[in-house]
Design a protein around this ligand. Structure first.
Ligand SMILES: [Zn+2]
Length: 340
Protein backbone atom coordinates (compact mmCIF):
# COMPACT_ATOMS: atom_id res chain seq x y z
CA UNK A 1 0.00 0.00 0.00
CA UNK A 2 1.38 3.37 -1.02
CA UNK A 3 1.79 6.13 1.56
CA UNK A 4 -0.54 8.43 -0.41
CA UNK A 5 -3.26 5.75 -0.42
CA UNK A 6 -2.74 5.24 3.29
CA UNK A 7 -3.00 8.95 4.05
CA UNK A 8 -6.15 9.12 1.93
CA UNK A 9 -7.69 6.24 3.90
CA UNK A 10 -6.81 7.81 7.27
CA UNK A 11 -6.93 11.60 6.78
CA UNK A 12 -7.98 12.45 10.36
CA UNK A 13 -8.57 10.98 13.83
CA UNK A 14 -12.25 10.33 13.04
CA UNK A 15 -11.28 7.96 10.20
CA UNK A 16 -8.81 6.17 12.51
CA UNK A 17 -11.47 5.84 15.21
CA UNK A 18 -13.96 4.43 12.69
CA UNK A 19 -11.35 1.87 11.56
CA UNK A 20 -10.68 0.87 15.19
CA UNK A 21 -14.39 0.59 15.97
CA UNK A 22 -15.05 -1.60 12.91
CA UNK A 23 -12.06 -3.78 13.79
CA UNK A 24 -12.40 -4.13 17.54
CA UNK A 25 -16.18 -4.27 17.72
CA UNK A 26 -16.64 -6.55 14.73
CA UNK A 27 -18.91 -8.79 16.87
CA UNK A 28 -20.85 -5.89 18.40
CA UNK A 29 -19.96 -2.84 20.45
CA UNK A 30 -19.25 -3.78 24.06
CA UNK A 31 -18.42 -1.86 27.23
CA UNK A 32 -14.71 -2.29 28.13
CA UNK A 33 -15.58 -2.21 31.82
CA UNK A 34 -18.38 -4.76 32.24
CA UNK A 35 -18.29 -6.32 28.77
CA UNK A 36 -22.04 -5.98 28.12
CA UNK A 37 -23.48 -5.19 24.69
CA UNK A 38 -26.20 -2.87 26.05
CA UNK A 39 -24.58 0.41 24.91
CA UNK A 40 -25.71 3.58 23.10
CA UNK A 41 -23.81 6.33 21.26
CA UNK A 42 -23.94 9.76 22.93
CA UNK A 43 -25.29 12.75 21.01
CA UNK A 44 -24.03 16.31 20.52
CA UNK A 45 -20.39 17.18 21.26
CA UNK A 46 -19.75 13.71 22.73
CA UNK A 47 -20.57 12.14 19.34
CA UNK A 48 -17.63 13.97 17.80
CA UNK A 49 -15.40 12.38 20.45
CA UNK A 50 -16.84 8.92 19.61
CA UNK A 51 -18.17 8.52 23.16
CA UNK A 52 -20.59 5.75 24.12
CA UNK A 53 -22.67 5.10 27.20
CA UNK A 54 -23.05 1.75 28.95
CA UNK A 55 -26.63 1.17 30.16
CA UNK A 56 -25.51 -1.47 32.65
CA UNK A 57 -22.66 0.17 34.57
CA UNK A 58 -23.50 3.77 33.48
CA UNK A 59 -19.93 4.51 32.40
CA UNK A 60 -18.81 6.31 29.28
CA UNK A 61 -16.21 4.88 26.97
CA UNK A 62 -14.57 5.05 23.54
CA UNK A 63 -12.96 2.24 21.55
CA UNK A 64 -9.56 3.09 23.05
CA UNK A 65 -10.70 3.23 26.70
CA UNK A 66 -8.56 1.12 29.01
CA UNK A 67 -6.02 0.40 26.29
CA UNK A 68 -2.50 1.48 25.38
CA UNK A 69 -4.02 4.06 23.01
CA UNK A 70 -6.00 5.73 25.81
CA UNK A 71 -5.03 9.22 27.13
CA UNK A 72 -2.53 9.65 24.33
CA UNK A 73 -0.89 12.98 23.70
CA UNK A 74 -0.32 12.54 19.97
CA UNK A 75 -3.12 12.46 17.39
CA UNK A 76 -4.24 8.96 16.43
CA UNK A 77 -3.17 9.59 12.84
CA UNK A 78 0.45 9.80 14.03
CA UNK A 79 0.18 6.38 15.69
CA UNK A 80 -1.21 4.99 12.45
CA UNK A 81 1.55 6.62 10.44
CA UNK A 82 4.27 5.24 12.73
CA UNK A 83 2.77 1.76 12.47
CA UNK A 84 2.48 2.15 8.70
CA UNK A 85 6.24 2.68 8.36
CA UNK A 86 7.10 -0.07 10.80
CA UNK A 87 4.63 -2.71 9.60
CA UNK A 88 4.94 -1.99 5.88
CA UNK A 89 8.75 -2.35 5.78
CA UNK A 90 10.31 -5.72 5.06
CA UNK A 91 12.76 -5.82 7.96
CA UNK A 92 11.52 -3.11 10.31
CA UNK A 93 12.36 0.54 10.54
CA UNK A 94 14.60 2.47 12.93
CA UNK A 95 12.87 4.98 15.23
CA UNK A 96 15.26 7.72 14.04
CA UNK A 97 14.06 7.29 10.43
CA UNK A 98 10.35 7.27 11.37
CA UNK A 99 10.90 10.35 13.57
CA UNK A 100 12.34 12.24 10.57
CA UNK A 101 9.40 11.33 8.34
CA UNK A 102 6.53 11.82 10.80
CA UNK A 103 7.80 14.86 12.70
CA UNK A 104 7.34 13.06 16.03
CA UNK A 105 10.36 13.04 18.37
CA UNK A 106 12.61 9.99 18.20
CA UNK A 107 12.04 9.26 21.89
CA UNK A 108 8.25 9.12 21.43
CA UNK A 109 8.50 6.96 18.31
CA UNK A 110 10.87 4.59 20.12
CA UNK A 111 8.52 4.32 23.11
CA UNK A 112 5.48 3.67 20.91
CA UNK A 113 7.33 1.01 18.93
CA UNK A 114 8.69 -0.63 22.09
CA UNK A 115 5.21 -0.75 23.68
CA UNK A 116 3.92 -2.24 20.46
CA UNK A 117 6.71 -4.87 20.36
CA UNK A 118 6.03 -5.78 23.97
CA UNK A 119 2.37 -6.36 23.10
CA UNK A 120 3.31 -8.57 20.18
CA UNK A 121 5.18 -10.87 22.56
CA UNK A 122 2.29 -10.82 25.01
CA UNK A 123 -0.32 -12.00 22.48
CA UNK A 124 1.88 -14.87 21.40
CA UNK A 125 1.79 -16.29 24.94
CA UNK A 126 -1.95 -16.74 24.39
CA UNK A 127 -1.81 -17.86 20.76
CA UNK A 128 -2.50 -21.41 19.54
CA UNK A 129 0.27 -23.98 19.85
CA UNK A 130 2.37 -24.78 16.79
CA UNK A 131 1.31 -28.06 15.15
CA UNK A 132 2.07 -30.47 12.25
CA UNK A 133 5.77 -30.22 11.33
CA UNK A 134 7.71 -27.99 13.72
CA UNK A 135 11.40 -27.22 13.32
CA UNK A 136 13.65 -26.43 16.28
CA UNK A 137 16.83 -24.40 16.07
CA UNK A 138 18.99 -22.05 18.10
CA UNK A 139 20.02 -18.67 16.78
CA UNK A 140 22.95 -16.82 18.31
CA UNK A 141 22.55 -13.05 18.20
CA UNK A 142 25.20 -10.43 18.68
CA UNK A 143 28.41 -9.06 17.25
CA UNK A 144 31.58 -11.05 17.20
CA UNK A 145 33.12 -11.06 20.69
CA UNK A 146 36.56 -9.45 20.86
CA UNK A 147 39.33 -11.96 20.48
CA UNK A 148 40.43 -12.99 23.96
CA UNK A 149 44.04 -13.66 24.86
CA UNK A 150 44.90 -17.18 26.05
CA UNK A 151 47.28 -18.12 28.85
CA UNK A 152 50.27 -17.90 26.58
CA UNK A 153 49.28 -14.42 25.45
CA UNK A 154 48.23 -15.65 22.01
CA UNK A 155 44.85 -14.71 20.61
CA UNK A 156 42.21 -17.41 21.01
CA UNK A 157 39.67 -18.01 18.26
CA UNK A 158 36.08 -17.46 19.39
CA UNK A 159 33.71 -20.40 19.25
CA UNK A 160 30.92 -20.62 16.69
CA UNK A 161 27.49 -22.14 17.41
CA UNK A 162 27.02 -23.92 20.73
CA UNK A 163 29.36 -22.59 23.42
CA UNK A 164 29.72 -19.09 21.94
CA UNK A 165 29.40 -15.96 24.08
CA UNK A 166 26.58 -14.61 21.91
CA UNK A 167 22.98 -14.45 23.15
CA UNK A 168 21.05 -17.65 22.29
CA UNK A 169 17.49 -17.47 20.93
CA UNK A 170 15.36 -20.61 20.83
CA UNK A 171 13.38 -20.83 17.59
CA UNK A 172 10.38 -23.12 16.98
CA UNK A 173 8.99 -22.74 13.45
CA UNK A 174 5.94 -24.47 12.00
CA UNK A 175 6.32 -25.27 8.33
CA UNK A 176 4.15 -22.84 6.34
CA UNK A 177 2.98 -21.45 9.64
CA UNK A 178 3.93 -19.28 12.56
CA UNK A 179 7.13 -19.05 14.49
CA UNK A 180 7.96 -18.61 18.19
CA UNK A 181 11.35 -17.19 19.12
CA UNK A 182 12.44 -16.73 22.72
CA UNK A 183 15.61 -15.17 24.11
CA UNK A 184 17.02 -17.74 26.55
CA UNK A 185 19.84 -17.51 29.13
CA UNK A 186 21.38 -20.78 27.86
CA UNK A 187 20.55 -23.60 25.44
CA UNK A 188 20.32 -26.42 28.01
CA UNK A 189 17.52 -28.99 28.03
CA UNK A 190 16.18 -27.65 31.37
CA UNK A 191 15.74 -24.16 29.90
CA UNK A 192 14.28 -25.11 26.53
CA UNK A 193 11.98 -28.01 27.50
CA UNK A 194 9.30 -25.88 29.29
CA UNK A 195 9.29 -23.42 26.40
CA UNK A 196 8.95 -26.13 23.77
CA UNK A 197 6.13 -27.82 25.70
CA UNK A 198 4.24 -24.52 26.11
CA UNK A 199 4.60 -23.49 22.47
CA UNK A 200 4.25 -26.76 20.54
CA UNK A 201 1.42 -29.32 20.29
CA UNK A 202 2.43 -32.76 21.71
CA UNK A 203 1.23 -34.42 18.45
CA UNK A 204 3.68 -32.40 16.34
CA UNK A 205 6.47 -33.90 14.23
CA UNK A 206 9.69 -32.28 15.44
CA UNK A 207 12.63 -31.75 13.09
CA UNK A 208 16.00 -30.47 14.23
CA UNK A 209 19.70 -30.60 13.55
CA UNK A 210 21.93 -33.05 15.42
CA UNK A 211 21.69 -31.10 18.70
CA UNK A 212 21.57 -33.52 21.68
CA UNK A 213 19.33 -31.31 23.84
CA UNK A 214 16.69 -31.13 21.08
CA UNK A 215 16.78 -34.94 20.72
CA UNK A 216 15.97 -35.33 24.45
CA UNK A 217 13.23 -32.68 24.40
CA UNK A 218 11.67 -34.17 21.24
CA UNK A 219 10.89 -37.40 23.16
CA UNK A 220 7.88 -35.54 24.65
CA UNK A 221 6.44 -35.15 21.14
CA UNK A 222 4.84 -37.61 18.72
CA UNK A 223 7.72 -37.91 16.24
CA UNK A 224 11.27 -36.65 15.84
CA UNK A 225 13.57 -36.59 12.83
CA UNK A 226 16.97 -35.00 12.65
CA UNK A 227 19.62 -34.31 10.07
CA UNK A 228 23.15 -33.99 11.30
CA UNK A 229 24.67 -30.77 9.96
CA UNK A 230 28.04 -31.96 11.25
CA UNK A 231 27.91 -34.83 8.75
CA UNK A 232 27.00 -32.38 5.98
CA UNK A 233 23.40 -33.58 5.99
CA UNK A 234 21.08 -30.59 5.50
CA UNK A 235 17.98 -32.02 3.85
CA UNK A 236 16.98 -35.64 3.36
CA UNK A 237 13.50 -36.99 2.42
CA UNK A 238 11.86 -33.80 3.57
CA UNK A 239 13.75 -33.77 6.88
CA UNK A 240 15.38 -30.37 7.38
CA UNK A 241 15.13 -27.27 9.54
CA UNK A 242 15.38 -24.75 6.71
CA UNK A 243 12.23 -22.89 7.80
CA UNK A 244 13.82 -22.13 11.16
CA UNK A 245 17.12 -21.25 9.43
CA UNK A 246 15.21 -18.92 7.12
CA UNK A 247 13.65 -17.19 10.13
CA UNK A 248 17.14 -16.91 11.63
CA UNK A 249 18.26 -15.00 8.55
CA UNK A 250 15.40 -12.55 9.17
CA UNK A 251 16.72 -12.06 12.71
CA UNK A 252 20.18 -11.51 11.21
CA UNK A 253 18.71 -8.74 9.00
CA UNK A 254 17.78 -6.89 12.20
CA UNK A 255 21.37 -5.68 12.30
CA UNK A 256 20.95 -3.82 9.00
CA UNK A 257 18.16 -1.73 10.54
CA UNK A 258 18.99 -1.46 14.24
CA UNK A 259 22.69 -0.86 14.65
CA UNK A 260 22.66 -1.41 18.38
CA UNK A 261 20.29 -3.65 20.31
CA UNK A 262 20.98 -4.10 24.02
CA UNK A 263 20.38 -7.47 25.67
CA UNK A 264 17.49 -6.28 27.91
CA UNK A 265 15.58 -5.08 24.80
CA UNK A 266 16.52 -7.98 22.50
CA UNK A 267 13.30 -9.96 23.05
CA UNK A 268 11.23 -6.95 21.89
CA UNK A 269 13.19 -6.68 18.64
CA UNK A 270 12.86 -10.43 18.12
CA UNK A 271 9.08 -10.00 18.69
CA UNK A 272 9.11 -7.43 15.89
CA UNK A 273 10.72 -9.88 13.45
CA UNK A 274 8.37 -12.60 14.65
CA UNK A 275 5.19 -10.62 14.01
CA UNK A 276 6.46 -9.69 10.55
CA UNK A 277 6.97 -13.41 9.87
CA UNK A 278 3.64 -14.46 11.38
CA UNK A 279 1.55 -11.87 9.54
CA UNK A 280 1.86 -13.77 6.28
CA UNK A 281 -0.44 -16.17 4.47
CA UNK A 282 0.24 -19.32 2.44
CA UNK A 283 -0.59 -18.79 -1.26
CA UNK A 284 -0.59 -21.55 -3.90
CA UNK A 285 1.03 -20.58 -7.21
CA UNK A 286 1.78 -22.40 -10.41
CA UNK A 287 5.42 -22.19 -11.45
CA UNK A 288 7.61 -23.79 -14.11
CA UNK A 289 10.07 -26.28 -12.63
CA UNK A 290 12.38 -28.18 -15.02
CA UNK A 291 9.99 -27.49 -17.93
CA UNK A 292 6.89 -28.67 -16.04
CA UNK A 293 4.06 -26.68 -14.48
CA UNK A 294 3.88 -27.45 -10.76
CA UNK A 295 1.92 -25.93 -7.86
CA UNK A 296 4.06 -24.50 -5.10
CA UNK A 297 3.11 -22.87 -1.79
CA UNK A 298 4.52 -19.40 -1.16
CA UNK A 299 4.32 -17.35 2.01
CA UNK A 300 3.19 -13.83 1.18
CA UNK A 301 2.62 -10.69 3.21
CA UNK A 302 -0.98 -10.07 4.24
CA UNK A 303 -2.48 -6.89 2.74
CA UNK A 304 -1.48 -3.93 4.95
CA UNK A 305 -4.96 -3.18 6.25
CA UNK A 306 -5.44 -6.83 7.25
CA UNK A 307 -2.13 -6.71 9.12
CA UNK A 308 -3.20 -3.54 10.93
CA UNK A 309 -6.56 -5.15 11.76
CA UNK A 310 -4.86 -8.19 13.30
CA UNK A 311 -2.57 -5.91 15.28
CA UNK A 312 -5.35 -3.66 16.58
CA UNK A 313 -7.79 -6.45 17.45
CA UNK A 314 -5.20 -7.55 20.01
CA UNK A 315 -3.66 -4.20 20.89
CA UNK A 316 -6.85 -2.46 21.85
CA UNK A 317 -7.56 -4.89 24.68
CA UNK A 318 -4.25 -4.40 26.46
CA UNK A 319 -2.54 -1.70 28.47
CA UNK A 320 1.19 -1.13 28.42
CA UNK A 321 2.84 0.52 31.37
CA UNK A 322 6.37 1.74 31.80
CA UNK A 323 8.05 0.86 35.05
CA UNK A 324 9.54 4.09 36.39
CA UNK A 325 12.09 2.35 38.59
CA UNK A 326 13.60 -0.18 36.20
CA UNK A 327 12.60 1.59 32.99
CA UNK A 328 11.14 -1.67 31.71
CA UNK A 329 7.92 -1.96 29.72
CA UNK A 330 5.25 -4.48 30.62
CA UNK A 331 1.71 -5.35 29.66
CA UNK A 332 -0.28 -4.27 32.70
CA UNK A 333 -3.74 -5.65 32.08
CA UNK A 334 -5.77 -7.31 29.40
CA UNK A 335 -9.51 -7.32 30.07
CA UNK A 336 -11.32 -7.14 26.79
CA UNK A 337 -8.78 -8.96 24.65
CA UNK A 338 -10.88 -11.46 22.63
CA UNK A 339 -8.27 -14.19 22.96
CA UNK A 340 -7.88 -13.74 26.70
ZN1 LIG B 1 -20.49 -1.34 31.31
Amino acid sequence: MKLTDFQEAFPDDAACMRFLEETVWANGRHCPDCGCLNTVPLAGKAAARHLYHCRDCHKQFTVTSGTWLHSRKLPLTKYFEILYYSVNSSFGMASTRIAEWTGVSQKSVWKILQAFRELQGFWLTMADKLANTVEFDTKYVGGKPRKAKGETGQKVKNKRGRGTDKQPVFVAAERQGEVRATVVPDESEATIRPLAEAQVDPQAHIMSDGDGAFAKIARSFALHSQCSHRDWDFARDGVHNNTAESFNSWVEHMRDVHFFVSKPHLQRYVNDVMSRWNLRVAVEREVTHRGQRVVRVFMEKMPLLDRLRTIFVHAVGCQVRRDRITGGIAVASCRSCPSY
